[in-house]
Ligand binder design. Structure first.
Ligand SMILES: [Zn+2]
Length: 154
């Protein structure tokens, strides 16, 4: 449970700060490489997590390696992970709030990872990216135009 502005927010995300922070970096990397949008559904667990993206094909080996390399590069830069609060109206103009529930409160919490990523989130995160460890994609598959990326941290 997180205090967000004056309101307590329940989150259904399990709190694995390393995994959860890795998810943010993966999402931004997917957006930059494929312009596919952030994962629309995800399941974050300590041992292995998965993110789903709207996609028309599976990834190639080369693309998987490129994603891993970019994510690990961000991790190794040891960027500061910080939180910022915006009013809902202000946040609307700067960030994509479509995944936020309508009752997410008047103050929107934005998690910023250095200058690499910023997105609204109520989960728990590391304070520096090198706490995440090494990012590894376990497998990917495509089903009904949904690309599922499974990953773990070493
Ligand atoms: Zn988060």
């Amino acid at each position: 449970m997180e205090i967000n502005g004056n309101q307590e927010i329940k989150s259904n995300k399990q709190y694995h700060p390393q995994m959860h922070s890795a998810e943010h970096i993966l999402n931004q990397t997917m957006v930059r490489m494929f312009n596919c949008g952030r994962s629309f559904s995800n399941h974050i667990e300590k041992k292995k997590s998965k993110c789903d993206y709207h996609f028309s094909r599976n990834l190639t080996e080369q693309e998987i390696e490129e994603i891993e390399s970019r994510v690990n590069n961000v991790i190794q830069q040891n960027l500061v992970v910080s939180e910022e609060f915006y009013s809902r109206d202000e946040a609307k103009t700067k960030f994509n709030l479509s995944k936020l529930p309508d009752d997410a409160g008047v103050k929107i919490r934005i998690i910023r990872i250095g200058n690499y990523d910023a997105c609204p989130c109520n989960g728990q995160h590391v304070s520096h990216t090198n706490e995440i460890g090494t990012f590894k994609i376990v497998s990917t598959n495509l089903n009904d135009n949904v690309l599922r990326v499974r990953f773990k941290l070493l």
